[in-house]
Design a protein around this ligand. Sequence first.
Ligand SMILES: NC(=O)c1ccc[n+]([C@@H]2O[C@H](COP(=O)([O-])OP(=O)(O)OC[C@H]3O[C@@H](n4cnc5c(N)ncnc54)[C@H](O)[C@@H]3O)[C@@H](O)[C@H]2O)c1
Length: 327
Amino acid sequence: MLGAWKSKPQFPPVCVSAFELLFWQKIMLRMGLRNNSYISYSRALFAESFHRFLSTQTGGKLQDKVALITGAASGIGKATATKFINNGAKVIIADIDQELGQETAKELGPNATFIACDVTQESDISNAVDLAVSKHKQLDIMYNNAGIACRSPLSIVDLDLELFDKVMDINVRGVVAGIKHAARVMIPRGSGSILCTASVTGVIGGVSQHTYSISKFAVVGIVKSLASELCRHGIRVNCISPFAIPTPLVMGEMSQIYPHVDAQRHEDIVHNAGVLKGANCEPNDIANAALFLVSDDAKYVSGHNLVVDGGFTSFKNLDLPAPNQVQ
Ligand SMILES: NC(=O)c1ccc[n+]([C@@H]2O[C@H](COP(=O)([O-])OP(=O)(O)OC[C@H]3O[C@@H](n4cnc5c(N)ncnc54)[C@H](O)[C@@H]3O)[C@@H](O)[C@H]2O)c1
């Protein structure tokens, strides 16, 4: 992580007073960095490093827990892996993208381990679970997050069933397989927390084309069905339904729909689709929800779908005309 810091002084990151300056200087020294080191870093990078430093000093919410996250090379999975590590966990990064997965694990430091894993291959998931147990002796948290978007015709009449099967294989079967193998090692211990990524498109219809939407409705159903069995073994099962976030998954979609505008415009379009004024949905919002659900803060929460959408799925506005517009 430190190796990623660039070479121009910009310290401290958010200092406004002499007191804060002293505070940051002390922290930097304890982190082994001299005030005159020729290093600079973004606020976010500093905040993450600082949190990691704090977790090693004080213990985080997931101290000594072991987590496996699928699709953790990028986007929501990567943000969550970072958050979990910063809270004291050891994380297995399981992803089909080997290059990016290795890069992510390197960036996250010694508490991250990468394993190549295609969630459509049951043996890959089984191996990833076994790696967590052989390397760290246990698996406390399984986050089934890997998923893909798809562009398919809008009408059911034109539905491409081969594409439908491919999406279900990853977004639904991959999740079931993840829960199956996590349960295999969690049941004997009588504890564990399983999390899945659903979507607002699995809360209300019409937000995306059918195939993706159906796959995410299925995830919510899987969580409720499996929570009913696994609660008897002390294992909680929950999911998170995020609103649209401009991760590579969504940006890929946007560039196909709007090839004539740049990435910044794509990001703006995604954010402008939200309803909560003054805030955008970001990977870290999902990581915060994930941290809550897998930690003891949520020790009595199971079978729950935590919707992180700024209120988007909670209401519809009636577009009635104003009284003076009605003759
Ligand atoms: N970004 C959004 O707006 C949004 C909203 C709601 C739900 N989601 C869901 O969040 C999850 C994470 O998506 P993201 O937005 O972070 O996208 P992302 O593209 O940044 O990350 C997805 C990761 O999954 C990996 N992956 C894809 N297929 C895989 C497979 N077969 N096996 C293992 N790994 C595989 C990819 O390599 C990638 O690293 C997905 O399930 C997605 O459906 C995303």
